[in-house]
Ligand binder design. Structure first.
Ligand code: MYR
Length: 185
């Protein structure tokens, strides 16, 4: 048997991170399960997860802006890259690919090959319409609204339903001009 050796600092942090990630994943799963029990209808669970995500997103944007030092994006394309490479990394530890822009440059897809929310998850047949990760679409919608972008965020592909990746479609509905906070005299 290998002798017990104390873990180095990096190894301790790596295992704490792994345990935190697993705890987060399992807690999210328990919450979805509870919503399914309480609300009974998958459509209602989808709505509830989206609303919870929205409420998180409107608060999380402050932390994102403070920690990331990202300045105002020049256009929606830059916003997409910031979400995919900085936002997802900061809050989920993954990055996403930005794909499938429409001709107007107002909608794009975020493709996730890895998704920490779904480790250990298998959906029963009764949950075919469930968007298990709907909290994420809500978070994005809420966060973007706080920086003046009204969006619609929907799931296009979902590996829990047999697709080959997770794909979120983000559509810019309206860019609300920000009001200048001071009156010119
Ligand atoms: C700006 O133009 O003001 C910058 C806008 C950047 C918005 C980025 C929003 C990031 C939200 C993170 C979502 C994480 C999902 C897990």
């Amino acid at each position: 048997m290998a002798p017990l050796a104390p873990k180095t600092g990096d190894a301790v942090f790596a295992s704490v991170d792994r345990v935190n990630a697993e705890l987060f994943t399992l807690t999210y799963g328990a919450m979805v399960r509870q919503l399914l029990t309480d609300l009974e209808e998958v459509d209602e669970v989808n709505k509830q997860l989206d609303q919870m995500g929205y409420n998180i997103g409107v608060r999380l944007i402050d932390e994102f802006l403070a920690k990331s030092n990202v300045s105002r994006c020049v256009d929606f394309k830059e916003t997409a890259d910031v979400i995919a490479k900085v936002g997802f990394k900061m809050f989920l530890g993954i990055t996403a690919s930005v794909t499938s822009w429409d001709a107007e440059g107002t909608s794009f897809s975020l493709v996730l090959e890895d998704n920490p929310l779904v480790d250990f998850v298998e959906l029963p047949d009764t949950c075919q319409g469930l968007h298990y990760c709907n909290i994420l679409s809500g978070v994005l919608r809420g966060a973007l609204e706080m920086v003046s972008m009204k969006t619609e965020v929907t799931w296009v592909r979902d590996m829990l339903h047999g697709d080959d990746a997770y794909e979120l479609r983000v559509k810019l509905l309206k860019q609300v001009p920000e009001e200048y906070p001071y009156k010119d005299d």
